[in-house]
Design a protein around this ligand. Structure first.
Ligand code: AMP
Length: 187
């Protein structure tokens, strides 16, 4: 069974993903990370991707769906994938579910819940530590969080309706969150 991690920027889902992947052998597909790799290349596509990322907007549908589709198809059916940062809106969810269905893969979803206020505090700290340009600008952070609340939240609610979602309170220390995560995925 594959996993999909949801959480507002700053919720710590990336940290949890890395630990879980290491201990339980998941392959991580991190949408933002994959796009940052593309943005670092010397291609016209990179320029386009950068424009959207720097503004804090979702990159166009076809671009991200192509990237995730390739990533899914190149992995063997026995590899468990942990998706971080996709799907982020209803259109992505529709295509993502179809790709998974065609590949005979199944997902369960985890949402790391955190208030917008706490998330903002954390993300500004991360910008200093990691030097990420799109984390350093309050306006861009605001736009990414708004995108999460308006576009990604309905996706989470849909998975909840389908009985695929578990929520984990992310307003705690890394260890405590990880302990609960392990309990959730092993039960
Ligand atoms: P993240 O590292 O998840 O915060 O993502 C950084 C940026 O990458 C986002 O602000 C978007 O510009 C872009 N991005 C990440 N995931 C997606 C996605 N699923 N669809 C479109 N754009 C994305």
């Amino acid at each position: 069974m594959d996993l999909v991690f949801f959480g507002i920027q700053g919720s710590g889902k990336g940290t949890q993903a890395k630990r879980l992947a290491q201990e339980f052998g998941y392959d991580i597909f991190e949408a933002g990370g994959e796009l940052r790799k593309i943005a670092a290349t010397d291609t016209p596509l990179a320029e386009k991707v950068k424009r959207f990322m720097h503004a804090g907007n979702l990159v166009p549908h076809e671009i991200i769906m192509q990237v995730v589709k390739e990533a899914i198809l190149k992995r063997s059916p026995s590899t468990k994938i942990l998706f971080d940062g996709i799907p982020r809106d209803a259109d992505q969810m529709r295509d993502f579910d179809q790709i998974l269905k065609d590949a005979k893969r199944d997902v369960r979803c985890i949402e790391f819940t955190l208030s917008k206020e706490e998330a903002t505090k954390r993300i500004l700290g991360r910008a200093k530590a990691e030097g990420r340009a799109d984390d350093a600008n309050l306006e861009v952070i605001q736009r990414r969080m708004d995108t999460f609340l308006t576009k990604t939240r309905p996706v989470i609610e849909e998975y909840r309706k389908q009985g695929k979602l578990t929520e984990i309170d992310a307003d705690r220390g890394v260890e405590e969150i990880y302990g609960e995560l392990k309990t959730v995925i092993t039960k």
